[in-house]
Design a protein around this ligand. Structure first.
Ligand code: IPE
Ligand code: IPE
Ligand code: MG
Length: 261
């Protein structure tokens, strides 16, 4: 299914967000506030990941995208980076059956060429195994960067033009978005960042154009079902205008024709 661009036409708005994207931040500070090593925050954070996947699957969210490791996170101390890699691999190995049994489709996006070949194979097999599942699509962003994503799409399009398979005139927002790593998903309806920071940190730069933002000071290891419900309640209060006026939305409810997707 090809998803339309929110800047090309106005998407429909649902009560439960179809796509939730989360920056799971605050693991280190959660641990430090308890005089624990930072890595224990990452271990605890994995428990929150399990809980939120379950909650999203239950409430009927179609797409959940979790930022697990950014293209800038390599700048961290070597020990922390290798711990995060180890945790990612072991979680993948341990959880895949559980995800599969729960009809969850797993995708991993990011520059995977930086990972060991064994890890790349593990990801590939996990994706293939769950490809036919029709429940929640869980995307893990690993070594992901929004700028990397836009650049890799640009390179593919440029190559198509060079090869004579496309022309510059054919490049538009919809065709461009089809080359992004998450072309299979609609743009996020709701973006959540835990841990108190209010920034995007090179996450889904293209796709967040019309996403609703929700920031909470709660550290990721303490983010649970109840916190997710708060975020969704806040989301429901938003008026998603996509450039239109409030009055136009009211008219739409009265069945006045407006161009939409
Ligand atoms: C998020 O928590 C996890 C990753 C970035 C992998 P942090 O490790 O960034 O935690 P803080 O921000 O230092 O508290
Ligand atoms: C963003 O968190 C990346 C992930 C959650 C994986 P960071 O904690 O690395 O973000 P910055 O560097 O503080 O913006
Ligand atoms: Mg952080």
């Amino acid at each position: 299914m090809i998803h339309t661009s929110s800047t090309v036409c106005t998407p429909s708005v649902t009560d439960v967000p179809r796509h939730i994207a989360i920056i799971m931040d605050g693991n280190g500070r959660w641990a430090e506030s308890r005089h624990l090593p930072r890595v224990s925050g990452h271990i605890k954070g994995l428990e929150a990941v399990r809980a939120i996947i379950g909650a999203c699957a239950t409430q009927g969210t179609a797409f959940l995208t979790l930022f697990a490791f950014s293209s800038e996170n390599w700048r961290r101390p070597v020990d922390e980076v290798s711990f995060l890699m180890h945790l990612f691999i072991s979680a993948l190995e341990r959880e895949i059956l559980h995800l599969h049994t729960n009809d969850i489709r797993l995708r991993v996006v990011g520059d995977l060429s930086m990972f060991e070949s064994r890890t790349q194979e593990l990801i590939y097999h996990a994706e293939v195994k769950t490809a036919g599942n029709t429940g929640l699509t869980l995307t893990i962003a690993a070594n992901y960067g929004g700028r990397w994503d836009i650049l890799q799409a640009t390179r593919k399009i440029a190559q198509q033009c060079i090869d004579g398979n496309s022309t510059i005139q054919n490049v538009n927002e919809s065709s461009f978005a089809q080359h992004l790593a998450m072309a299979y998903a609609p743009e996020p309806d709701l973006f959540i960042r835990t841990g108190g920071e209010q920034r995007v940190s090179n996450f889904l730069l293209w796709q967040l154009a019309y996403t609703e933002f929700y920031f909470t000071r709660v550290f990721w290891p303490e983010f649970n079902d109840a916190e997710l419900s708060k975020a969704i309640a806040a989301y429901r209060k938003r008026e998603r205008r996509f450039g239109r006026t409030s009055a136009q939305l009211t008219q739409k409810l009265k069945n006045v024709d407006l161009i939409s997707c």
